[in-house]
Every structure is written in C-alpha cells, then in structure tokens.
Design a protein around this ligand. Structure first.
Ligand code: THU
Length: 142
C-alpha cells in the first residue's frame, strides 16, 4: 500500500475534522494516523455534555487503529479549525507513546502553516511501557 504524503494526510485529517462533535468548545480537531503497513485511520474530537468524557481526535484515531489490529504507526497529521497550528495535548502525547516514540507529527491550522515534529521531541523522558517491566528484568538490585 502506498504511504500517503503529507498533503494527502492533512487532507484526510481535515476531512475527519469536518465530522467533529464539538458543540461546547467549538474547536474542531481532526487526526489522520498512518500505520507501518500504509493504512490510514482518521479521527475527530467527540465532546460530551459531561465534559470530562471528551475524546480528542488523536485518541479517536489510535483507538480505531488498535481495534482494527494495528499498533505500529509512522506518521500523524493533526488539523484544527483555528488559524494557527495547535499542538497535541499532553494526554494524547502519552496515549500515543504507548505505541512508540518514533512517530512523525505534522500539525496544520487553517492558515496552512505546517509544523513538523516527532513524539520523541514532544514527550521527552516519557513514562513508557518498559517502565512497567519487573525489577528483575530491569536489573535493579532492589
Ligand atoms: N482536542 C483534541 O481533539 N486534541 C488535542 O490534542 C487537544 C484538544 C479537543 C478536545 C476538545 O473537544 C477540544 O479540542 C477543546 O479542548
């Protein structure tokens, strides 16, 4: 499967952003996540009248991918309805980190300005799955 380029990935994130359910914040967010096999899973933010239940677009995309059997990701595009590019929230950075640090992240606002970074850059010194290895496995004397 051909891996989509950034323009196509941003287009897919925008398409998903069009389906955002964001009556409370009025901020529409879209995400498009590429798997190592070249598939794309998109997502939008889904708000709830019980505000704390809100799901971010990035996590929607991850949950769709994982429930389809995909856990290896290469690129993520994020778009929002604001002019300037908005970076992913801390919760989403941690949620993404579960599946590796080498994710390339492209963020674009309505202005068309594009910022490219990586999860390793956006979440340095992360708490990660390996931190849950038993003491024996990590070689600790305790
Ligand atoms: N939001 C996302 O979808 N992704 C982020 O990384 C930050 C915030 C959504 C959640 C909520 O629907 C709205 O933006 C305002 O916080």
């Amino acid at each position: 499967m051909d891996t989509p380029d950034d323009d196509e990935l941003v287009r897919l994130a925008r398409e998903a952003m069009g389906r955002a359910h964001s009556p409370y914040s009025k901020l529409d967010v879209g995400a498009a996540l590429v798997t190592a096999s070249g598939q794309v899973f998109s997502g939008c933010n889904v708000e709830n009248a019980s505000y704390g239940l809100t799901l971010c677009a990035e996590r929607t995309a991850v949950v769709k991918a994982v429930s389809a059997g995909e856990k290896s990701f290469t690129d993520l595009a994020i778009t929002t309805s604001r002019g300037e590019p908005l970076m992913p929230c801390g919760a989403c950075r941690q949620f993404l980190r579960e599946f590796g640090a080498e994710l390339r992240i492209v963020v674009e606002g309505q202005s068309g300005q594009r910022l490219v970074s990586s999860l390793a850059e956006l979440l340095p010194q992360a708490f990660e799955p390996a931190d849950l290895a038993s003491e024996g496995e990590t070689g600790s004397a305790q």
